[in-house]
Design a protein around this ligand. Structure first.
Ligand SMILES: [Fe+2]
Length: 137
């Protein structure tokens, strides 16, 4: 499958949880920037994405723990897997091997669409049902 050239925010990604939507919007913008950036910007942008993603996932992991989200283990594991893949290709990109990073970046839009429609959707519903503070923000 050819890599998408752009990835842009769309209302179907909105979950109605203010802080979650804001973080996801930033994630989409950063992935979009990485899709078309020159090699000279790859490491810097990828590092920024990895840092942002670490916070993004930690925030959701915290909400899951606080609200007693039943499938927390599956969702956390998915976060760990994606973050560690990102950090691995970042290490390679720092050593001048950008191919794996480009491949991972190309897969992120499809991964996020799927993740958003399943795990984040379920979490957003759970946060609303339990009246978690993030659902009021
Ligand atoms: Fe998530």
């Amino acid at each position: 499958m050819p890599a998408p050239e752009r990835y842009t925010w769309d209302s179907h990604l909105e979950k109605g949880i203010g802080p979650m939507d804001a973080t996801h919007q930033e994630f989409v913008e950063m992935v979009d920037g990485l899709l078309s950036c020159p090699d000279t910007e790859l490491v810097e942008r990828l590092q920024a994405l990895a840092e942002h993603t670490r916070e993004h996932f930690a925030q959701e992991d915290r909400w899951m723990a606080e609200s007693g989200f039943p499938p927390i283990a599956i969702h956390e594991e998915e976060h760990r897997r994606v973050l560690s893949a990102m950090e691995q290709v970042l290490t390679q990109a720092r050593q001048g091997e950008s191919e794996a990073a480009r491949q991972l970046v190309a897969q992120l839009p499809a991964w996020f669409e799927q993740h958003s429609a399943t795990m984040d959707n379920a979490l957003a519903m759970h946060l609303r049902h339990t009246g978690h503070p993030a659902a009021r923000g």
